[in-house]
Design a binder for this molecule. Structure first.
Ligand code: SAH
Ligand code: SF4
Length: 430
């Protein structure tokens, strides 16, 4: 969601004649789009902002000083207080006031620190111009906010109550992307499965998938799915919709029923595993990924072993593993029986070794297969290597093709998979 918000900010500011600077030193305005889901992201923001404190303004800058704007979740949570904590922050905006950024920057240029983190402004970001990172891929938000209140999570407090965009409006946006040559659309929401509950006629998420498929888009993905709301209709679409890619991110968080209940996740381990069975019935080759938190307050060794066995049993392509981070204002912040850091770290390390083993096994099954790869350009590490994503969302590197990576960006081509690594594949263009 932050990447999408950043693309809107770039589009909006370019429309006003501003240009993106390559480095903070060369900039007149620096904008931070922040996250506060875990403490580490919070700490990073303060470090980055403080590093700008004594940076001289750009040579030739028409401004009296460099303008620093902080938005996203931390901006929302802190509001004006942020520019009191760090007095060189000139602008604070929130998760629902991105469209106000030009005015806020203008006010700051004219000398007054400005902030607007109102949550009553609605999610108007989608009405803004956009400059996408990749011309062939588009993020498409369908809901804003979250009503689930998992007890560890700050998101409902900083992104507000869940609200859905009108189905027709989303379809129009998708049609526009298809006619612009976009190959892949990723629908976004904190819980896409509850899409439409607040709209007249309660359109279902499965209907949304059908309608986006009908636009002629080549690749369709979505994130994130909450297991309590993943319906049989949606699962069936993995068998029937040509554009829906065979990959699903389905955060489990824990394999212990007791922990799932104190997390307020509203499903059991058995329910989750039954969903996995149904998904594999719909498409036996579907690639699954998940999120796991270790060290949630009260998590015992036995609870953790339940998580470990679930991860081993499912055999994910990718698992995002997190050590529980206490977020003030959430219910879990006051739960007793905090897990000591060393124990949480030990569990994290043990989990990672199972995750890595199973991810390598999952990738290894594709050696010898032919994959359709949407190329993105050059690999970060080697400018001569082409990189892209399979339909299952695996990263693929192709070396020695002799083709300029920029020429392949945005194109789909067939690749023979020759080698599997834990987090990527290697292959040759056919
Ligand atoms: N709405 C999405 C994304 C939520 S944030 C979802 O429900 O999946 C992404 C991930 O961050 C979560 O799935 C969870 O695993 C992790 N997370 C959220 N709050 C956390 C916390 N306080 N400590 C550690 N990890 C957390
Ligand atoms: Fe946070 Fe739960 Fe909402 Fe995801 S579903 S954003 S984890 S409260």
């Amino acid at each position: 969601m932050n990447k999408h918000d950043s693309e809107r900010i770039r589009g909006m500011l370019e429309g006003l004649g501003m240009l993106e600077a390559a480095t903070p030193e060369e900039s007149d305005v620096v904008i931070f789009v922040t996250c506060c889901v875990r403490e580490s992201a919070d700490t990073k923001l303060y470090g980055h902002v403080m590093s700008l404190r004594n940076m001289p303004k750009r040579e030739g800058s028409p401004l009296d000083e460099r303008i620093i704007a902080v938005g996203g979740c931390i901006g929302q949570r802190e509001g004006k207080a942020l520019s009191q904590k760090m007095d060189h922050v000139n602008v604070v905006f929130g998760t629902r006031t991105i469209h106000m950024l030009p005015n806020l920057i203008d006010e700051a240029i004219n000398g007054s620190a400005s902030s607007n983190t109102s949550v009553d402004e609605g999610g108007k970001t989608f009405q803004l111009p956009i400059h996408r990172d990749a011309s062939w891929a588009a993020w498409l938000p369908i809901t804003f906010g979250c009503d689930n209140f998992c007890t560890y999570c700050i998101v409902p407090y900083v992104r507000g109550r869940e609200s859905s965009r009108e189905l027709e409006e989303v379809i129009e946006e998708a049609k526009g992307y298809v006619s612009d040559g976009v190959k892949e659309i990723t629908l976004l929401g904190q819980n896409v499965n509850s899409y439409g509950r607040d709209l007249y006629g309660s359109p279902k998420f499965a209907e949304m998938l059908d309608a986006i498929d009908a636009t002629g888009i080549e690749r369709l993905r979505f994130a994130t799915s909450h297991p309590k709301d993943l319906s049989d209709d949606v699962i069936e679409r993995f068998a029937s919709l040509g554009s829906l890619m065979p990959a699903l991110h389905l955060p489990v968080q824990s394999g212990s029923d007791r922990v799932l209940s104190t997390m307020n996740r509203k499903y059991t381990r058995d329910h989750y595993l039954a969903l996995i069975d149904k998904l594999r019935e719909a498409n036996p080759d579907i690639a699954l990924s998940t999120d796991v938190i270790v060290g949630f307050p009260g998590e015992t060794e036995e609870d953790f072993l339940d998580t470990l066995s679930l991860i081993d049993e499912v055999g994910y392509h990718q698992v995002f593993t997190f050590i529980y981070s206490k977020r003030s204002g959430t219910p879990a912040a006051s739960y007793p029986d905090e897990v000591p850091r060393e124990i949480a770290q030990d569990r994290f390390d043990r989990l990672l070794s199972v995750v890595e083993k199973r991810a390598l096994e999952a990738n290894s099954r594709d050696v010898g297969a032919i994959a359709n790869v949407l190329f993105e350009g050059a690999s970060k590490k080697d400018q001569g290597v082409l990189t892209g994503k399979t339909e299952k969302n695996q990263t693929v590197h192709v070396a020695g093709s002799g083709i300029c990576p920029e020429d392949m960006a945005g194109k789909i081509a067939r690749v023979k998979i020759e080698e599997a690594k834990t987090w990527y594949l290697k292959g040759q263009l056919l």
